[in-house]
Design a protein around this ligand. Structure first.
Ligand SMILES: Nc1ncnc2c1ncn2[C@@H]1O[C@H](COP(=O)(O)OP(=O)(O)O)[C@@H](O)[C@H]1O
Ligand SMILES: [Mg+2]
Length: 261
């Protein structure tokens, strides 16, 4: 069943057309990798799905509704979540930021609601649950600045999970993380994918080959591919291999012997 449906979507910033006639359908438990060159419109597409930018042409529906009505179903890990590592904030405080409206129905003094001071037991158990999901619960009361880049990114994922989303959007989540950290994050996403639909913007070819079930290449227009896990990728019956994937990502590559394309 399609939970996200994008139809004939075009988008411009002022006069610059960034996306043109995008059609995309995402099913429950898909692991969709969005690839493409810098400036191709990937982040813009995620922001449209999140309702951060208003639609000008075409439609996006999430569970048959407008994005703005379905925000509680979506978790988002934005691009370049560089935290000032000197800022004295704890891991649990960062995660709690994802617990949207967590004071909404509570009997708290007015000023506490405004300044969101004081966490309830439920708040803390929700944040600890999300941290446990990403294997970071034991760091809850440490300063965020004391963590490695990979650990910090797992905390950002926990923040997105705190709202208990059905769809998780991640914009280049491993761009400044070492190889081990990257693998841990993608293994984690694969695990989360058992119950959550994953949409991830990535430049990492190994991710696409190893984890994704669908690939969307975006460079203003979109080309869409289903992934076959038998070492190669086959779009609509044609053969599609790692070398071609690298070329789609804008890399110049030598033709590999035996790659079959
Ligand atoms: N808020 C904005 N205002 C104006 N132009 C923007 C804005 N955000 C992105 N752009 C432009 O839109 C194009 C697509 O950007 P983006 O969606 O960030 O691409 P990608 O994520 O694929 O690198 C780029 O040319 C970028 O400069
Ligand atoms: Mg981007």
């Amino acid at each position: 069943m399609a939970i996200l449906e994008i139809k004939n979507l075009s988008f411009s910033y002022d006069k610059q057309k960034v996306l043109e006639d995008i059609n995309l359908s995402v099913d429950e438990k898909d692991f969709l990798a969005i690839i493409g060159p810098n400036g191709g419109g990937k982040s813009t597409l995620l922001k449209l799905i999140l309702g951060i930018h208003s639609l000008k042409m075409g439609s996006i529906s999430i569970y048959d509704n407008k994005p703005s009505k379905q925000l509680s179903h979506i978790g988002y890990v934005p691009q370049n979540t560089n935290i000032n590592t000197n800022f004295p904030i704890r891991v649990i405080d960062v995660v709690m930021m994802g617990h949207v409206d967590h004071h909404k129905n509570k009997k708290l003094p007015y000023w506490k609601k405004i300044f969101k001071v004081g966490y309830s037991k439920e708040d803390i158990s929700c944040a600890m649950g999300s941290l446990a999901q990403v294997g970071m619960d034991k760091f809850a009361y440490q300063k965020i600045g004391s963590l490695s880049g990979g650990q910090r990114q797992r905390v950002m994922i926990a923040r997105a999970l705190c709202a208990n989303p059905k769809i998780l959007l991640l914009d280049e989540p491993t761009s400044s993380i070492d190889v081990d950290g990257q693998k841990q994050i993608y293994d984690l996403l694969k695990e989360l994918n058992r119950s959550i639909t994953i949409i991830v913007v990535s430049h990492d070819i190994s991710v696409i080959l190893k984890y994704a079930t669908k690939v969307a290449h975006i460079n203003k227009i979109l080309t869409f591919h289903n992934v076959d896990f038998n070492t190669t990728i086959k779009p609509d019956g044609g053969h599609f291999c790692e070398v071609e994937m690298l070329q789609m990502l804008g890399n110049k590559v030598e033709h590999k012997k035996g790659c079959g394309c």
